[in-house]
Design a protein around this ligand. Sequence first.
Ligand SMILES: *Cc1c(COP(=O)(O)O)cnc(C)c1O
Length: 298
Amino acid sequence: MGIDLAADLGVRLPSPLEVVEVEALTERGIRLVLKRDDLIHPDVPGNKWRKLSPNVEAALACGSRTLLTFGGAYSNHIRAVAAAGQLVGLRTIGVIRGEEHTPLNPTLDFAVKHGMRLVYMDRDTYRAKGSDEVIAPLRRKFGDFYLVPEGGSNSLAVRSCMAVPGEIQEPFDLICVPCGTGGTLAGVAAGLPDRAQALGFSALKGGDFLDEDVRDLQVQAFGRTTDNWRIETAYHFGGFAKRKPELVEFIDGFERDHGLRLEWVYVAKMMFGIIDMCRRGAIAPGSTVIAVITGPDA
Ligand SMILES: *Cc1c(COP(=O)(O)O)cnc(C)c1O
């Protein structure tokens, strides 16, 4: 293909690896290595770069001038689509769940400042966002567009995330990834070497449905599922974009000890979970664990 966004936009790939020394882990002979995908690009970071870049390339390749996508009012995906569109000169439309609230929150304010047109959709209609009944009127209203699903997790996105394990030049036992839609996990697991396992951490309460979603995403992307992953659902801290004092304390402590402020919606919950599972013996002593830092603190 003639379009290589990563080369054009000064993207940092492969993303760097960084060892962190956490006493409770070192005591158990567990080596923890961060895969710093948060450093890939300042405005389209982490798994948002990995998932969006092949879609932007596809949109450009088919001559589309507009990206349209869906998201909640605090969606990192909405933010990243706005930035990516502006970088490559595509118009962007964000269909936001629920009603407009002004002043705009920082996510939507960022999106508008990066040229995104926002439209709001009531929650009932939004639930059917994949259907022709919802998409057809949008096409009538906005003309032709390249559709990126909510969270950006289509087959192109999932296949793109397969590249993560191949960028890691040392042997490891376990790779950990936070989960929203599960698209990143679906791809990362499919790219693993033989003996390694993937562990997803649900950022949502009641994340059991994610198992089926990840299987569906793998079937769509690869025609089959892989049996080298599972999802841990105990570390949601009250639900999506909810936090508790214990989590805030953990984020502050981690920053103090390691100089990295963890993104709190996804990444901090995973890191808390990894360390807790190591303490409990749920991650085997002596393991090498990779933690994918899927995005920066906003
Ligand atoms: C969007 C996002 C996720 C969720 O990724 P999925 O592929 O939807 O599971 C995880 N971490 C961060 C930092 C994100 O912004």
